[in-house]
Ligand binder design. Structure first.
Ligand SMILES: Nc1cc(-c2ccc3ccn(Cc4ccc(CN5CCCCC5)cc4)c3c2)n[nH]1
Length: 246
C-alpha cells in the first residue's frame, strides 16, 4: 500500500517511523511518504493561508498550494491504479470506524490532507474529486487543532490490518468493534496480585467455559459503557447459547 500525507507540520507524522508501522515501511509493506505543503507554494513567504471570505475568526488554507501538492501525489501514483482515496480529516466528516479502517486497508493508494487553521478552502475538495475519491472523515465528536493527530490514528488503524504488519493475525480477529461488541477483559501472571484474583474460569482450562465467559463479558461491558452499540447489534448473528446470554 502507498500512503501520501500532506501537512504543514510534517514532523508531526514522525511517530509513523516507529514500532509496527515503522517496521512495515522497512519491510516494504507500506510505502508511506510525508510531504510539506509549503514545498508547493511559489511566493517568497511560502504562504498557505489567508483571511476567510464572509468574515469570521481565524484563517483558511489557500487552494493553490493544495492543488499543486495533490497533483504531485496523484501523478506519483505507482501505476495505472484505481483512483486514490483522499482522506480529509474534518470535524464535519463521516465517523472513522473499524469498518472504515477495513475498507481503506483494501485500497492500493491512500492520500491524507492535513488541514490546519480553520480548514481548507472548500473548492479544493471539489477540484480533487476529478482525480481522487474524496472522503471527509472525523476521528470523533471533538475539535482538534488540525488533521495530523487524526492521520496518525487512521494510518495506525489501517496499517495494522495489512497482511504481515501484526505478528499474529489472530489478534486482529477478536478485537473491540470487530464483532460489534467491546472486547473482554484480559489478565496475565501473577494469578494473585495485591489481593486481587484472576477470574477462576480463566485458570480452569475449560475452553468452552472460557469462551462463554468472555462472550458474556463482552455483552456486560458493552451494555455498561456503549449501550449505543447494542442498538445496532445483530443478535441474530449469534449462536443460540450467546443469544440466551443477552
Ligand atoms: N475529528 C476531528 C477532526 C478535526 C480537525 C481536522 C482538521 C482540521 C483542520 C483545522 N482544524 C481545526 C478546526 C476545525 C474546525 C473549526 C470550526 N470552524 C468553525 C467555523 C467554520 C470553520 C471551522 C475550528 C478549528 C481541524 C480539526 N477535529 N476533530
Amino acid at each position: 500500500m502507498r500512503i501520501d500525507v500532506v501537512s504543514i507540520f510534517p514532523d508531526y507524522l514522525a511517530p509513523l517511523e516507529l514500532s509496527l508501522i515503522g517496521k512495515a515501511r522497512q519491510d516494504g509493506i507500506l510505502d508511506l511518504r510525508v510531504h510539506d505543503l509549503r514545498e508547493f507554494t511559489t511566493d517568497r513567504h511560502r504562504t498557505v493561508d489567508d483571511t476567510p471570505y464572509g468574515g469570521g475568526a481565524g484563517m483558511v488554507m489557500k487552494a493553490e498550494p493544495w492543488a499543486q501538492a495533490l497533483t504531485a501525489v496523484a501523478d506519483a501514483a505507482p501505476g495505472p491504479e484505481r483512483r486514490p482515496v483522499l482522506i480529509v480529516p474534518s470535524p464535519a466528516g463521516e465517523r472513522f470506524t473499524q469498518a472504515l479502517a477495513h475498507e481503506l486497508a483494501g485500497e492500493e493508494h491512500l492520500a491524507f490532507a492535513c488541514g490546519r487553521y480553520e480548514g481548507i478552502d472548500e473548492r479544493v475538495l471539489e477540484w480533487a474529486a476529478e482525480r481522487f475519491d474524496v472522503r471527509p472523515v472525523s476521528l470523533g465528536d471533538y475539535v482538534l487543532n488540525g488533521g495530523e493527530v487524526a492521520v496518525l490514528a487512521m494510518v495506525e488503524a489501517v496499517g495494522r490490518l495489512l497482511p504481515g504488519v501484526v505478528g499474529n493475525p489472530e489478534s486482529l480477529v477478536e478485537e473491540s468493534h470487530s464483532d460489534g461488541l467491546l472486547e473482554y477483559p484480559v489478565y496475565t501472571k501473577p494469578a494473585q496480585w495485591r489481593d486481587r484474583e484472576v477470574p477462576a474460569v480463566l485458570l480452569s482450562g475449560n475452553h468452552g467455559k472460557i469462551a462463554q465467559w468472555r462472550r458474556h463479558e463482552q455483552f456486560r461491558r458493552t451494555a455498561l459503557r456503549r449501550p449505543d452499540l447494542l442498538e445496532s447489534f445483530d443478535a441474530g448473528s449469534l449462536p443460540r447459547a450467546d443469544r440466551n446470554a443477552l
